[in-house]
Design a protein around this ligand. Structure first.
Ligand code: WTA
Length: 646
């Protein structure tokens, strides 16, 4: 780990007195007191918070814990959308903006809570009309338009289980996920806009479900006026269906442990994992963290820049803010369209007060130049947040000064698809911050750094980041594979949830996340399994074997480097590298395209045949091989690999 580089980072920023005074948690001592109590008796703590949600039937037991299987708020019944929508219709929030949306080409729409509620109820009736029932899985593949949220919420309203697939993923990815979750219905759009280009969503769906008789319905939202194929008897238009239904759809109560959604994420094997989240605990995590960590106020204009295809979009664009009755900005497109100041223009135009984004975006902004934010009035901002990867101090400082006017606190939030909600984070009115650290665990979260034997390590020693107690928004399983859930998260360290991340705690108890310890890459804040990219490469006819590693990348955090051996009789086109990159793009999605492909006669392996990734990482990073090579079967391979970069 890069301990030295962190140790020189000793700038400390206290929350401003003004911010602290108005904040929910106003000083560190208060945080520490509440945290201590929350860890001493988490069930009591969570029960108190959960009571603030609207339940149709009270729970009888806060937690039933049979490690590693948790049930929270046992026996309780609730409807997520009643909490996110109906509740707000009773008072002043009825006509408050819930979603302010801007399309990439510039269209503007605002949906009040009343309007959003109507749309969700109507679309829930569309789902019912199409014979979708409680427990059925529904795959959603949409551009970032309000209808993406509406589709998710409509599923939740009737107890259907949504699985959102990021609109940037390929037909092949949709196919895998459909097969795994067994969805029979897909909700999509004709297309969407991205950096001035059209994303052909419906066409990708068509390719993914070709010959798949299990898919009985595709509901298509008209976004881009694309000329698309409509399969008679299978495909229907969203707007036509909406004409057949009323807005009357009661919010039935579902069991607290009823599945809410499945979201696929990368692991260390080739097959993405369907992370399963359930109703009560997830909603509590989303609602309570959004309110506390973003210190949400009634008049905030809150903008989380994530797409609904990622967990950040689920928790902090849809469920968390809506459960708090917040006004959320949603922007469909790229940050540099038509110019690199689109974000700053949006902030000025809508008076955004809270901005939650990713370090990779910040690094891109730095590259594009200070003149772009300088052109706009960003004084409405009062709080900034980041998520997705460790933020380098330079980017943190730039964000603070150039965007936050040295006035806004920054919350560097650590969490995962699996955790459902933020786990380690500053509280903006209480926690002194230092660039590069996510600081302290959130209430009720028993995070620790341990060694291989599970023993907690002293300050500044690097180890495994684990969570020692269950928490409400934790994943419940990997969909359809309890054994994999156990193996993946609960066997590495006894009785603890292993995050897959390495970290250390400093003398103040602050967590410094150093990155993944397994074969998972973090490319532009998005998780990619090396094994996934490898299996995509090997599925190409010319490829015999592939090994994929990460290398540091200035903008994306990590770049993808692939070492590839070709089949003896492979026909080698001059542009084979480009062909393979394109192939990976088609199999997974453009984000997975290797930045660099190196052909080799052989890959470095141990005598037992295991690819020595450590060596490949060193080579990919541009440095020489420094580590131990005594277990390498054929030393001459290394020299060749180092040279083969053309
Ligand atoms: C990384 C995203 C350092 C980490 C919500 C984690 C971070 C993985 C941070 C989860 C942060 C996320 N500092 N690293 N603030 N936030 N990570 O599932 O490696 O897409 O395990 O969830 O991103 O990525 P995922």
């Amino acid at each position: 780990m890069s301990i030295e580089s962190h140790l020189v980072e000793n700038r400390i920023f206290q929350p401003s007195r003004e911010f602290s005074k108005a904040a929910r948690i106003g000083d560190l001592a208060e945080y520490r007191k509440l945290y201590k109590a929350s860890i001493a008796d988490p069930e009591k703590f969570w029960a108190k918070q959960a009571a603030k949600l609207r339940w149709q039937k009270d729970w009888t037991k806060v937690l039933q814990w049979k490690c590693p299987f948790a049930k929270w708020f046992v026996g309780g019944k609730l409807n997520v959308t009643e909490n996110c929508l109906d509740r707000h219709l009773e008072g002043a929030r009825r006509n408050k903006a819930a979603i302010i949306w801007e399309g990439e080409p510039g269209e503007k729409r605002t949906l009040t809570y009343h309007q959003l509620h109507r749309e969700v109820c109507k679309f829930a009736n569309v789902l019912k009309r199409n014979n979708i029932k409680k427990g059925d899985r529904v795959l959603i593949y949409m551009p970032l338009v309000p209808e993406a949220s509406i589709a998710m919420l409509a599923c939740a309203r009737i107890g259907a289980v949504h699985s959102v697939v990021f609109g940037g993923f390929s037909a092949e990815s949709i196919k895998d996920r459909l097969a795994d979750c067994g969805a029979q219905v897909v909700i999509t759009a004709d297309g969407g806009y991205r950096r001035g280009q059209m994303v052909t969503l419906k066409q990708n769906v068509d390719r993914a479900i070709e010959g798949n008789a299990a898919i009985r319905r595709v509901i298509v939202f008209k976004r881009a006026n694309l000329d698309i194929h409509i399969a008679e008897g299978r495909d229907v238009w969203w707007h036509r269906e909406m004409d057949y239904v009323t807005a009357d759809c009661p919010a039935l109560g579902f069991d607290s442990e009823h599945p809410l959604f499945i979201l696929y994420t990368s692991g260390s094997t080739g097959k993405p994992k369907g992370i399963l989240h359930t109703t009560g605990g997830y909603l509590l995590g989303a609602q309570f963290t959004t309110k506390t960590i973003f210190d949400l106020r009634e008049d905030d204009v809150y903008w989380c820049t994530a797409d609904v295809g990622w967990i950040t979009g689920h928790t902090y664009l849809v469920y968390g803010p809506l459960a708090n009755g917040a006004t959320c900005l949603m922007y469909e497109g790229a940050p540099n369209w038509p110019e690199p100041d689109r974000f700053w223009k949006l902030i000025a135009d809508y008076g955004v007060t809270i901005l939650y984004t990713a370090p990779t975006a910040i690094r891109a902004f730095i590259k594009w130049g200070d003149e772009w934010p300088a052109k706009h009035d960003l004084s409405s901002l009062r709080l900034l947040g980041t998520v997705g990867e460790p933020i380098n101090p330079e980017a943190w400082m730039w964000f603070r000064e150039k965007i936050g006017g040295s006035r806004c606190p920054i919350v560097d939030t650590w969490w995962q698809t699996e955790t459902g909600a933020i786990m380690i984070t500053p509280l903006p009115g209480a926690t002194p911050t230092t660039p590069g650290t996510a600081t302290l665990p959130f209430f009720g979260i028993d995070a620790a750094i341990v060694d291989d034997a599970g023993k907690e390590l002293p300050a500044n020693e690097g180890g495994k980041l684990v969570i020692r107690k269950p928490w409400p928004s934790m994943l419940r399983s990997i969909y359809g594979d309890k054994q994999r859930y156990k193996d993946q998260y609960w066997t590495e360290v006894k009785d603890c949830y292993f995050t897959g991340d390495g970290a250390r705690r400093d003398e103040h108890g602050y967590f410094w996340i150093t990155g993944r310890m397994d074969d998972v890459l973090n490319v532009a804040g998005h998780r990619l399994g090396t094994a996934e990219v490898e299996s995509a490469l090997v599925s190409h006819e010319a490829v015999a074997e592939a090994a994929v590693v990460g290398r540091p990348d200035e903008i994306k955090g990590q770049g993808v480097v692939a070492f590839v051996t070709l089949k003896t009789h492979a026909v080698v086109h001059a542009d084979l590298k480009e062909i393979l990159r394109k192939h990976v793009g088609e199999m997974i999605g453009p984000i997975a395209k290797p930045d660099d492909i190196r052909f080799a006669d052989a890959l470095p392996k141990t005598r037992s045949g295991k690819i020595m990734r450590r060596l490949l990482k060193e080579i990919a990073g541009g440095g020489g091989v420094t580590g131990d090579t005594t277990t390498l079967e054929d030393l001459s391979i290394l020299a060749k690999l180092s040279k083969s970069d053309d």
